[in-house]
Design a protein around this ligand. Structure first.
Ligand code: CA
Length: 232
């Protein structure tokens, strides 16, 4: 268990949004630091003990995307990108460059804290001594040792590709995975950016795990970006 509360670095140049994020974190008892520039963020990351970064992409000195690339050269620290609504390409690109998640402006304090908790849980899992091999979300369970999937307690049959896809989601539970990332993991790098095969595969998997595949409760579509297995 952590012996101290994780410190969140807020990188945001908009004073209103920064104030809102600070207030939300204070309510939950999270220590935080703030900066309005990319350069400020990089300096604080070197001098302070920071556990998670909330990063606005549009910063006055240089692009937040550049911050992600530079940080990823030396650190696995969780990065949650804060992005505007109409910038789906930017979100996907941030994730492909190593960001862990994103929040779309405007967001609620509840949404903000939920994303922070998911990122922090992953942080502790990575350092955990024992690798879990069985995961469950609601009534959906996967056993990575036996390569079996259960729904409502009964084993369900999946094709090898459907199984690989589902296992990928369970290994990244709660995290949004970009279409490009999934295609590279499932079909291999060099397969290209043809998303039709993935859409077909996803439809097949959803028919098996979702009561109503049109309104999925387990694997949600993140429009323009990718998919996310919910973390309950
Ligand atoms: Ca900004």
């Amino acid at each position: 268990m952590p012996t101290r509360n994780e410190c969140v670095l807020i990188v945001e140049d908009d004073p209103q949004i920064r104030k809102f994020i600070c207030y939300s974190l204070k309510q939950e008892g999270f220590p935080y630091m703030t900066t309005g520039t990319a350069q400020g963020a990089l300096s604080l990351l070197v001098s302070e003990q920071i556990d998670l970064i909330l990063l606005d992409l549009g910063l006055p000195d240089f692009d937040g995307m550049e911050v992600i690339k530079r940080v990823r050269e030396w650190s696995d620290i969780p990065i949650i990108v804060v992005s505007a609504r109409d910038q789906d390409k930017e979100k996907a690109s941030a994730l492909d460059n190593g960001a862990d998640d994103y929040l779309t402006k405007p967001f609620s304090a509840t949404e903000l804290m939920a994303r922070i908790r998911v990122a922090i849980r992953h942080l502790h899992k990575v350092g955990g001594a024992k690798q879990l091999t069985s995961f469950a979300v609601g009534n959906l369970r996967i056993d990575l040792d036996k390569r079996l999937v259960y729904l409502d307690g009964a084993e369900i049959h999946t094709t090898p590709m459907e199984y690989s896809l589902l296992a990928l989601f369970f290994r990244n539970i709660g995290k949004v995975l970009t279409t490009t990332y999934i295609i590279n993991e499932i079909y291999g790098i060099g397969y290209g950016t043809d998303t039709q095969a993935l859409r077909t595969l996803m439809a097949g998997l959803r028919r098996k795990i979702e009561k109503n595949p049109a309104k999925p409760r387990y694997i949600l579509t993140e429009i323009g970006v990718g998919y996310r297995l919910i973390d309950e």
